[in-house]
Ligand binder design. Sequence first.
Ligand code: HEM
Length: 402
Amino acid sequence: MTPIEILTALGMSEGRADPYPLYAALHEIGPVIEVGPGDIIVVGYDAINSVLRDPGFRVSDESNFERDLPSWRANPVFVQVADWILNLNAPRHSRIRSLIARAFTARRVAGLEPAIAKMAGELLDAMADRGADGSAVEFMHDFAYLLPVTVICELIGIPEADREGFRPIARDLVGIFELRDLEALPKINAAAVELLAYFTGLAASRRANPRDDLLSDLLAISDRDDGTLTDAELLHNLTLLLVAGFETTTNLLGNGLQIILQDPPAGQAVRDGSVPVSAFVEEVLRFDSPVQLTSRVGYDTTLGGVAIRPGTGLATLLGAGNRDPRRFTDPARFDPMRPDGGPLSFGGGAHFCIGAALARLEAAVAFPRLLSRFPKISAAGQPTRRDTLLLRGFDQLPVTLI
Ligand code: HEM
């Protein structure tokens, strides 16, 4: 197959359902592939790593929005997205990211463990009730989707009473990551407006009465720094935390469970502790990454022997890099004990995922509890995948528990 044929196949539902044979075909062509003028895909592990760690490669920012969609400012969602650290380059990126990182500390994440365990326990109780008569339970809806969104609400400091109404809006906003046509925009804009109004009110209340939560910390840091972080930057990046940490972690849980359903000994090994849950989670991230790709804009350089020009678009296929045969022995084999781990699933360099430790913690808390609570958990019918390429996961993963 030619690179164009492979990319066309990846753009179709079947290719998205199982991109791995197509990635293997890309690896045979080379680590860096020019698919057209100004269009490059990067599939090799080392090449992806170099792109992500090289500040010369920039993320698409406001200037690209201006070129691609001159009316972007009329869309509330793009006004927020333009402030997201995900879409900022230095020096603005470094300034805002370092302020957020001062509030999103390892200590704050570790401190969430008891709350995550409690939430996971409650969700498992509810699943047990629903599946007590042997009927099928929907894992994505009943667990994988609810745990991460509740955890982020807890992290930010969103009161319990507000959380339920919050989830569908957050889900609508996640649509911005897979925007295929502008028809979806009104719904996404509405979600962006509603979330911003909510966070504005919550911030005012936390400013008046700070609590032990991320929002209060962020406000304190921003007020102490005397306006270095504007309120708009702060509030817009709160919506980023919500959407970036939610469907991604949902997919980590779903993709991990699907591996166990297809390979019960892998689940047994986590249950009896012969495989540490952290090793299992790293291998799930590598084997079936919840985020399959990210992108950068090129500068005048050479990458893997291919000339890059300023403005060239590079798609770095993280999911392909995780299956690079030059980096991983027998890459299509799921092996949590492999000595050559180190997935690219959280990216690398300046934009390395700020929530990686939280996502790993959620999965490490969830899997052992799920597996010991339901030792007989089994697939109940065909799972359905979400028809998306960037975020990879399931819509439905029906299981029986007894
Ligand atoms: C399994 C779950 C997750 C995966 C696979 C994932 C993946 C990623 C990747 C690949 C990037 C880098 C994108 C790039 O370089 O262009 C990223 C950035 C980011 N992630 Fe995650 N993420 C996950 C969970 C989370 C969580 C739980 C949060 C927060 C609560 C979060 C917040 C962010 C933020 C704010 C960024 C932007 C960082 C920056 O641009 O400086 N993520 N994530």
